[in-house]
Design a binder for this molecule. Structure first.
Ligand code: G3P
Ligand code: CA
Length: 295
């Protein structure tokens, strides 16, 4: 959540179009570009450590084992590994033979990158001296696959503890598609703004948005922005492909910030900036930085 009036340039997974996603190499590169916020996802290991990873399992498209071999299939769940076990894997390169390689972009490899702890990311940013940079941290929960993670309560509590241990509560927002996690943040850490993620922006919201499991009914509120406001959110982060200018204005009139995900095409970045969004989440923070300079 940027200071009032400041446009929030968020590097998605550290800027996965430019460096291996959710690695310290990516986050450092994003700092060099001059982003305002690092967007990242968290999971929790079996020994209770908050780590930075998008997938709840080791993804064979980007993971090699300690002997340098690509994982042949979906790897173990992060929640089943100790931190030491997890960090034997290398996540600094895309497997060119993977059918999913293209989804991970074309960035230069950075061999030797490990799944980082959240604490190590906080330390990196402190050491870099980027005192104004913020962290938009997603509790990576999938309501339709509850067994893949440690669960809503354990993940949210472990994350909050890691944030407090690092003294970073004032520089963090917590985002989630699982609104139960956001409700818990509001209860346990009211000083941390919550970011409500949605896939669809209309009445046909799909099940990935777990407003329903958190007890909210769109029908009682009339629109997604009103629902987010009623839930206590500070920011609404809609899928950029599903949001309209009218919804942006409606949300902002309610006092919400609007920060769509994930926008990479310069024409789309420009259109959303012209609509007056408060920030954008992008795999290519260099492109957005350039457009912001031209303004
Ligand atoms: O911040 C929202 C965005 O990161 C959601 O998409 O799947 O990349 O976590 P995903
Ligand atoms: Ca995310």
């Amino acid at each position: 959540m940027p200071a009032a009036g400041g446009f929030d340039l968020q590097a998605h997974r550290g800027g996965r179009g430019l460096a291996p996603e959710n690695t310290l190499a990516a986050f450092e590169h994003a700092l060099e570009i001059g982003v305002t916020t690092l967007e990242l996802d968290v999971g929790i290991t079996v020994d209770g450590v908050a780590v930075v990873s998008h997938d709840p399992y080791l993804n064979p498209a980007i993971t090699r084992d300690a002997s340098g071999q690509w994982l042949a299939a979906k790897g173990p769940l992060i929640k089943s590994l100790t931190l030491a076990q997890l960090q034997t894997y290398d996540v600094g390169r895309i497997n060119p033979a993977s059918p999913y390689a293209a989804q991970f972009g074309t960035q230069a490899p950075r061999d030797g990158q490990r799944v980082p702890t959240l604490a190590s990311l906080f330390a990196l940013v402190k050491n870099y001296g980027a005192d104004g940079v913020r962290f938009n941290i997603e509790t990576k929960l999938n309501p339709s696959q509850p067994g893949d993670t440690v669960g809503v309560e354990a993940m949210t509590r472990t994350l909050l503890q890691a944030v407090r241990d690092a003294g970073m509560a004032r520089r963090v927002t917590v985002q989630s598609f699982d609104w139960r996690s956001l409700q818990l943040v509001q209860q346990l850490a009211p000083e941390i703004p919550t970011v409500y993620l949605t896939v669809q922006a209309g009445a046909n919201d799909n099940t990935r948005d777990s407003a329903w499991t958190a007890g909210f009914q769109l029908g009682q509120h009339g629109s997604v922005p009103r629902l987010v406001k009623a839930a206590g959110g500070a920011v609404w982060s809609p899928n950029a492909g599903a949001v309209t200018e009218a919804l942006v204005k409606e949300a902002q009139a309610l006092g919400l910030q609007v920060i769509p995900w994930t926008v990479n095409n310069p024409a789309d970045l420009q259109r959303l900036m012209d609509w007056g969004v408060d920030g954008l989440i992008t795999d290519y923070p260099d492109r957005l930085r350039e457009l912001m300079r031209e303004r």
